[in-house]
Design a binder for this molecule. Structure first.
Ligand code: ATP
Ligand code: MG
Length: 195
């Protein structure tokens, strides 16, 4: 039986979702993290080889999630169809994502914020929609990094320069910054992402 221990701020999986684990030999959280990390590395290689022109659309957003988790989870790249403790109502995910892409495209064109801030706001709004069953944090961090590189020709964020997946001071700092961003103050998240 699989033993999961969730760090604070993580979306717990329900039993149906756990049945969708493709790697049946995994028995604990540490192994799961390792296999997911391996899968994510492959997604980055795939991105480096393909570098699509337009990253601000539903199809690319889904494809990145699929490439990050497709060896581990059956629901990789598929929108969730159940309510979670974080995130928009599941049936509004496609519309809200489309609106998010439109908003960000407008901000890029009109330069309404500094480039780093556009990327940080994109990260927070994407992870707040919470399109997928799991992996939303890692996916939305990678999407912000891809935006910095692909759209702004900048280096990716450093996200506190330490591991973020398990509970740690670094993760607390990240979560506190997200909660502040929930109240429309993006400064702590911006500082965290660049630290
Ligand atoms: N109040 C909040 N507002 C916005 N986003 C939040 C909030 N609380 C948590 N989150 C985000 O949700 C993520 C957890 O979601 P999920 O478990 O789907 O992602 P994950 O990639 O598996 O986790 P992790 O980010 O720990 O690697 C957190 O990492 C954070 O990015
Ligand atoms: Mg998680």
């Amino acid at each position: 039986m699989m033993q999961f221990n969730y760090p604070p701020g993580a979306t717990p999986l329900d039993s149906n979702e756990i049945e969708d684990l493709l790697l049946t030999h995994i028995t604990n959280q540490r192994e799961l993290n390792r296999w997911e990390q391996e899968n994510i590395s492959e997604a980055i290689v795939w991105y480096e080889e393909h570098k699509p022109k337009n990253i601000l659309n539903e199809s690319f957003i889904k494809q990145v999630h699929k490439r990050m988790f497709d060896r581990v989870w059956k629901w990789a790249g598929k929108f969730r169809q159940s309510q979670k403790n974080i995130g928009d109502p599941w049936h509004s995910i496609p519309t809200n994502l489309k609106n998010l892409c439109d908003t960000i495209r407008f901000r890029i064109k009109e330069k309404t914020y500094p480039e780093d801030e556009i990327a940080v706001r994109f990260h927070h709004m994407l992870v707040s929609i919470h399109p997928f069953i799991n992996g939303n944090g890692r996916h939305a961090r990678l999407m912000a990094d891809l935006m910095l590189q692909n759209v702004f020709s900048k280096s990716p964020f450093t996200w506190g320069s330490k591991e973020l997946t398990s509970s740690s001071d670094n993760r607390n700092r990240y979560l506190q910054a997200l909660y502040t961003a929930d109240k429309f103050d993006y400064q702590p998240l911006l500082e965290f992402a660049k630290s």
